[in-house]
Write a protein that binds this ligand. Structure first.
Ligand SMILES: [Zn+2]
Length: 227
């Protein structure tokens, strides 16, 4: 049975870094909404055209288009042993549709990890965060340590809009949009919270142990549900 992980968490929680690390460690594909959209556009999938139009207009890609894109992505063989989803689902509708896809495809239970970090710590991290001045990629702690962008070697600069007010507003919007998604999963035996207010290595350790525990709970949960 595959290990299917959803990573949730506010901007600044280190969700992307941890998802990447976990995926590499377990040999699973890391699937983020942005990567999926870019990939669908690059491969010229008809369903990507609508998404691209929406993105070009600066809009969020609508729920149904996102569902179609993820359904296609999860039909590929590299997800048979599992996957790590980063930044999806964003809405309860997407969550329900994802459950339906998992059921259709006979995939195992979803392990849902919410990376929690107190707001003050997020504000501190986000205000300190830099981006690459050449390619615009968000600097991860590893880039900060190296002093340059890992993708293109460009110099790191502070984002113009990363002042405290803007950061707090981003966190408020995130909390408002995502709380229903977290609540949607919270009652499941495979839902877990991980303390993201620790050094990345410690978060990764806690994440590993937590996922192993949740996967065990998920296995007995599905057996129970079949009876
Ligand atoms: Zn760069």
């Amino acid at each position: 049975m595959g290990l299917n992980v959803i990573m949730l968490g506010p901007p600044g929680a280190g969700k992307g870094t941890q998802a990447e690390r976990l995926a590499a460690q377990r040999g699973l594909p890391k699937i983020s909404t942005g990567d999926m959209l870019r990939d669908a556009v690059k491969r010229g999938l008809p369903l990507a055209l609508k998404a691209r139009e929406e993105m070009d207009r600066g809009e969020l890609v609508d729920d149904q288009t996102m569902i179609n894109i993820i359904r296609e992505r999860l039909s590929r063989a590299d997800t048979d042993a599992g996957f790590v989803l980063d930044g999806f689902p964003r809405t309860v509708f997407q969550g329900r549709e994802l459950d339906a896809i998992m059921e259709d495809r006979g995939k195992g239970p979803l392990v849902v990890i919410d990376i929690a970090v107190p707001e003050e710590e997020l504000v501190r991290r986000l205000a300190a965060r830099r981006i690459c001045s050449s390619c615009g990629m968000n600097a991860e702690p590893t880039d900060e340590a190296a002093g340059v962008c890992r993708r293109c070697g460009g110099t790191l600069v502070h984002r113009a809009d990363d002042n405290e007010c803007v950061v707090r507003e981003r966190l408020r919007v995130y909390a408002e949009q995502t709380k229903p998604v977290v609540d949607y999963y919270r009652g499941r035996p495979t839902f877990r919270t991980v303390n993201g207010a620790q050094p990345p290595d410690r978060v990764a350790e806690e994440l590993e142990a937590t996922i192993a525990d949740a996967a065990r709970a998920g296995a007995s949960f599905s057996l129970g549900a079949q009876r």
